[in-house]
Design a protein around this ligand. Sequence first.
Ligand SMILES: [Fe+2]
Length: 296
Amino acid sequence: MQTVAERVEHQLTDKGYVPVYTTRVIEQPWDTYTATDHETWATLFKRQRELLVGRAANEFVENQERFGMSADTIPKFSELNRVLAETTGWELIAVEGLLPELTFFEHLASRRFPVTWWIRKPEQLDYLAEPDLFHDLFGHVPLLLNPVFADYMQAYGAGGVKAAAIAPEALANLTRLYWYTVEFGLIDTPEGLRIYGAGIVSSKGESIYSLESDAPNRIGFDLERVMRTRYRIDTYQKTYFVIDSYEQLIEATRPDFTPLYARLADAASHPAGDVLDSDTVYQRGTGEGWLSDGDV
Ligand SMILES: [Fe+2]
């Protein structure tokens, strides 16, 4: 079995220059993880779990426990897949890294979640530009046990396959939806705002910033608003969108987006930090520390 990552090209996308790997699905080469790899997992796992109690949505930590994820070792996808098979029917597949968009959408539409098999190096604990095993597994996989969120992810994939056939602009609209929900979403709960986005839960700094800083906006989720809003790839977000429930996501994505894409094609996008009169504002950010350009 070949386990060396194969970067075939670097592609300029709306996320900046990103490495694109082969689309090959491999066996997770679990036996090749080194002691350092397991240690990196343990360090990140302990650090984030401590931070996320009372910050992440309750089901996030509960589901990690249902999966049997622990700091002890990097989880085996085959064991996590047993739990998924008995619950929401998703399946984790091991990949070399970020996939071309259409391939990614096709996997999601078939309830397969691609997980990067390799983990970051110890000197990259706080930042790396591309998703690794920690981001994918710790950040994304827990909510695949939530039946409503699991259906949303599949619907998103199906929507992506459709948008890819419509126009690049439609895909850009849809990418913003993923960004502001699956990666950087907050949820309003009886105990207060909580994190559910994988991009936040896998980042120490942003787990604190997204909830506790006065700088960013926190605005009620609205599908069209989100699809028109640019975002940051190089700094913490200027705006976080807050859902009431995962049902709100699946409801919002139920209608056919084709007429919406047509309408949005003529509408200007919103800068990442703008607050509109029509917004439901949880927090109007002070904008402290924001860079004036660089929204994508
Ligand atoms: Fe991600």
